[in-house]
Design a protein around this ligand. Structure first.
Ligand SMILES: NC(=O)c1ccc[n+]([C@@H]2O[C@H](COP(=O)([O-])OP(=O)(O)OC[C@H]3O[C@@H](n4cnc5c(N)ncnc54)[C@H](OP(=O)(O)O)[C@@H]3O)[C@@H](O)[C@H]2O)c1
Length: 224
């Protein structure tokens, strides 16, 4: 996929991996719709549209996709990146917080995907990138909620990869380990080592910009 020929939707564009990805997509010439609750700071490009949304509210999510699909014939790239952590002993996890996490980390990617797939199928091209985690591949102590949400996202991503490839749609799963963003501060955790966000995003851009008939279906990386 060539970025200068690409209309992209990035969820969680206001911070961390999503913010850096938005910057790189814009630098490459893409048209980008950024979805988050806060407006991304420092992005002034005329090719960028910020759409304020709480992705755990389904009506809000559908409303912003109505806006995108009114303006654009099709979305070429969807990055399901928005996400949060919730960590602690299983017996202390509050059921409402569990449900909120699943709504953000698992249900929102499904709801976003179902809005872009019909256009991608009609165009017979498109790329969907799901930002999972190492926690989508292995369990961690005190990670039951986060691991469940990311294992779920991995399963969703694997299934739609098989389902959509015959329509010319590429589905990629990214499983990063600890990366230097606000994520751990927000989750009250202190990781031992962190990967550089720019380096990780550079690899995601490399995956996206491979020729459309090559599917790099998974990238796993962690700090050394
Ligand atoms: N950092 C890591 O170590 C790491 C490792 C593995 C995987 N990941 C995954 O990478 C993804 C991005 O995380 P990050 O590290 O870049 O963290 P981050 O800097 O905290 O960014 C999270 C993004 O998600 C958005 N978001 C959170 N709740 C939202 C909601 N209810 N509605 C809309 N947007 C919402 C935030 O925007 P607003 O607050 O403005 O809404 C923000 O833009 C997540 O899926 C995370 O699980 C991160």
């Amino acid at each position: 996929m060539k970025l200068n020929d690409c209309t992209a939707v990035v969820t969680g564009a206001s911070s961390g991996i999503g913010l850096e990805l938005t910057r790189r997509l814009l630098e490459g010439g893409a048209t980008v719709y950024g979805l988050s609750r806060r407006k991304p700071a420092g992005i002034e490009s005329p090719s960028f549209t910020f759409l304020e949304v709480d992705l755990t509210h389904r009506e809000e999510l559908d409303r912003v996709f109505d806006t995108v699909l009114d303006r654009e014939e099709t979305v070429d790239l969807l990055v399901n990146n928005a996400g949060a952590g919730l960590f602690g002993p299983v017996e202390e996890i509050v059921p409402e917080e569990w449900e909120q996490l699943i709504a953000l980390n698992l249900t929102a990617p499904f709801l976003c995907t179902r809005r872009v797939v019909p256009g991608m199928q009609a165009a017979r091209r498109g790329t969907i990138v799901n930002i999972s985690s190492i926690a989508g591949l292995r369990g961690f102590k005190n990670g039951s909620a986060y691991c469940a949400s990311k294992f779920g996202l991995d399963g969703f991503s694997e299934a739609i990869k098989e389902e959509l490839r015959e329509s010319g749609i590429r589905v990629m799963t990214v499983n990063p380990g600890s990366t230097d963003t606000a994520f751990f501060r927000n989750a009250n955790l202190e990781p031992r080592k962190l990967m550089d966000t720019g380096a990780l995003v550079g690899i995601i851009i490399d995956m996206i910009t491979l020729p459309d008939d090559i599917l790099p279906d998974r990238f796993v990386a962690r700090p050394l």
